[in-house]
Design a protein around this ligand. Sequence first.
Ligand SMILES: [Ca+2]
Ligand SMILES: [Ca+2]
Length: 135
Amino acid sequence: MKKVLDTDLNNDGRSDLIAATWASQNGWHVFLGSTSEGLLAGIQYRFNEFAIGGVTIADFNQDQRQDMVIFGLYGDPPRIYWGDGNGGFRGYTTFRLEPAMFGFAADVNNDGKPDLLTRLGLSTINTRVIINSAL
Ligand SMILES: [Ca+2]
Ligand SMILES: [Ca+2]
């Protein structure tokens, strides 16, 4: 398991989990929280052509639905998967940004919108700040 994120994807007040594996073949899983069973069975999202480096989540387009950014391990530009508010995602947009292997969301300029901090790779301290309006 490469990365686990705790978030509320379907806006029901209960924690959901996103679990992403390092290798591309397995993609990532979404586990929706439930009151009685803890977590429901995972929904698996697969993609064959894209190896995951890092994952971060925030509501980038400010529609009250959590979105997810996937960073490519091997130089693929990051993708943003738009949350549908029900625990799923309705497609993605590929950023026209330089490739980054990792990153996380934070409101860097304090305007209430999440921005992205990205890092090029494991062996570099080369980081970028990408303001929300540029996404
Ligand atoms: Ca959103
Ligand atoms: Ca911001």
